[in-house]
Design a protein around this ligand. Structure first.
Ligand code: FAD
Length: 98
């Protein structure tokens, strides 16, 4: 683990289906600030350890949400759904014409 890290979409891009991307980015920022607040910035090993702690904390929370958003996004936007939506629209148009 080095002395750089990522946050927000750069660390865990997430489908917009759960509407959580901004919240997760802000939580990342707060968690990062908390772990960095208690170390000496010039002490590189402690910076690396703090970034590691931050990454572990955030990966634990963001990974399942990323997975859930991905599954939900697929359910919304899959070909099946598009086909069903198209058939529903066609049926509604057909019933209007009668
Ligand atoms: C269609 C859609 C709907 C969404 N709806 C929601 C919602 O309802 N609720 C929600 O919480 N989230 C939503 N999100 C997700 C949310 O927008 C993102 O998760 C959030 O903006 C991530 O913030 P960020 O700071 O990590 O990245 P960004 O907001 O992408 O910020 C990164 C910034 O870095 C800048 N940048 C990039 N490269 C460079 C460079 N080389 N030099 C300088 N600057 C650079 C970019 O211009 C940008 O301003 C949605 C996303 C999409 C696409």
């Amino acid at each position: 683990m080095g002395s750089i890290t990522l946050l927000g979409d750069a660390a865990h891009p997430i489908r917009p289906s759960l509407g959580l991307g901004t919240t997760l980015a802000l939580q990342d920022a707060v968690t990062l600030a908390e772990v960095l607040d208690v170390i000496t910035p010039t002490d590189i090993p402690s910076v690396s350890a703090a970034l590691s702690r931050y990454e572990h904390k955030r990966i634990e929370i963001t990974t399942p949400l990323q997975q859930k958003a991905s599954e939900q996004g697929l359910a919304f936007y899959s070909d099946d759904q598009a086909d069903r939506l198209k058939m529903g629209c066609e049926a509604a148009l057909a019933s209007r014409k009668q």
